[in-house]
Each structure stands twice: as structure tokens, then as C-alpha cells.
Design a protein around this ligand. Structure first.
Ligand code: GAR
Length: 199
């Protein structure tokens, strides 16, 4: 059985969607550990409720390399096969990424490469795009930049607010992240340049 780690910083709704797919058997894996860099992350309560091991490794005040070493040690202790960033609001160092080559996934609430970085839903809304969405991609050393596994498009409606738009994007995130994890665990893809070809 493959072992997942989920890294969170906040609400944890993507973690919860992944956990539901694991519990329902559509992701053939177990969640070995949930790691939060913020002690107050509401997602930790979800882990407790679901009986999933969670660990807080506070990042405040630590250099990136020092922090990433602590997280890597924790991941190694749990013999993790795949790392899923789920609202984990930190950049990872090169040493971290080299440790898990093509074994770190991220979800981002825009159609990358549009609107990387923070508050992607607001960026899209304020830019006035008519279509946005979400992206699951492999993590490389650049921000929100690695090869794209799945995307889902969400129309921006004339009567949307940022909140209503973000809500519809989030529903798509919860749909495509578990699917992408299943694809990667099954090895049902090939990376050709930047393209992830699904088989
Ligand atoms: C999600 O919308 C996720 O796509 C976004 O943070 C939110 C976390 O929500 N991630 C990023 O913006 C990463 N650049 P969640 O904690 O409820 O899953």
C-alpha cells in the first residue's frame, strides 16, 4: 500500500476530499501523516476527527533549508511515497524537491500558468477573465510551475463575487485532486518535456 503525506497550512478541505477518496477506496493508498506548518490550521481538527496522524512543524522564524530538513525527516520516518501539498503556503527548497523527484503534487486555484502565487481567485476575478479554474501539477523548483497533470475550467459569471467564484473552483479542486493522485499512484502517465501524457 502506497503511503501519502498531506501538507497543509489552513482549512484542509482538499485534504478532507483526498481522505474521503482514500476511505472510499478510489485512492488505493493510506494517509501516513498530515503535516501543518501552522499550529492553528483548522485542517488539523479534520485529521483528529478522521483519526489520521497529524504533526505540527511550525515554520515561523526558521530558514527554508532548516525547515525543509525537519519536514523531510518526518516524511522519511513515515516512509512516504507521495507528498500532496494541499493549501501548503510555502515554497519548497531544491533539496526537498530532489528528495522526492516527481513525487510532490500541488493544487492551485487557477488555470496555470495564469495567476500563480497568492489569492489566485482574486487575481483572476480582478483581471476580468471569463474562464478560470484549477490545476494539479508536479512541483518543481519554481512557484506553481511544474508539469500539469489535470486542470478543470470554471466560468466566471457576471454576478459572481470572489467568494462565489472561489467556491465553485474549490468544488472542482476537490474533484480533480483525488483523480490526479490516483493517476500518479497508478503510474498511468508519462512526462514528455512539460507535457504529462495520460495512458
Ligand atoms: C485551495 O484553494 C488551494 O488551491 C489553495 O489554497 C486553498 C487551500 O484550501 N492553494 C494555493 O493557493 C497554493 N498556491 P484548503 O486548505 O481548504 O484545501
Amino acid at each position: 500500500m502506497k503511503r501519502l503525506a498531506i501538507l497543509i497550512s489552513g482549512r484542509g478541505s482538499n485534504f478532507e476530499a483526498i481522505a474521503a477518496s482514500v476511505a472510499g477506496g478510489t485512492i488505493p493508498a493510506e494517509i501516513a501523516v498530515v503535516i501543518s506548518n501552522r499550529p492553528a490550521a483548522p485542517g488539523l481538527e479534520i485529521a483528529r476527527r478522521l483519526g489520521i496522524l497529524s504533526v505540527v512543524i511550525p515554520s515561523k522564524g526558521l530558514d527554508r533549508e532548516v525547515y525543509d530538513r525537519l519536514v523531510l525527516d518526518e516524511l522519511d520516518r513515515h516512509q512516504v511515497d507521495l507528498v500532496c501539498l494541499a493549501g501548503f503556503m510555502r515554497l519548497l527548497s531544491a533539496q526537498f524537491i530532489r528528495h522526492f523527484p516527481q513525487r510532490i503534487l500541488n493544487i492551485h486555484p487557477s488555470l496555470l500558468p495564469a495567476f500563480p502565487g497568492l489569492d489566485a481567485q482574486s487575481q483572476a476575478f480582478e483581471h476580468g477573465v471569463k474562464i478560470t479554474g484549477c490545476t494539479v501539477h508536479f512541483v518543481d523548483e519554481h512557484l506553481d510551475a511544474g508539469p500539469i497533470i489535470l486542470q478543470s475550467a470554471v466560468p466566471v459569471l457576471d454576478n459572481d463575487t470572489v467568494e462565489t467564484l472561489a467556491g465553485r473552483i474549490l468544488a472542482e479542486e476537490h474533484r480533480i485532486y483525488p483523480r490526479a493522485i490516483r493517476i500518479v499512484l497508478a503510474g498511468a502517465y508519462e512526462v514528455v518535456g512539460r507535457r504529462v501524457i495520460l495512458s
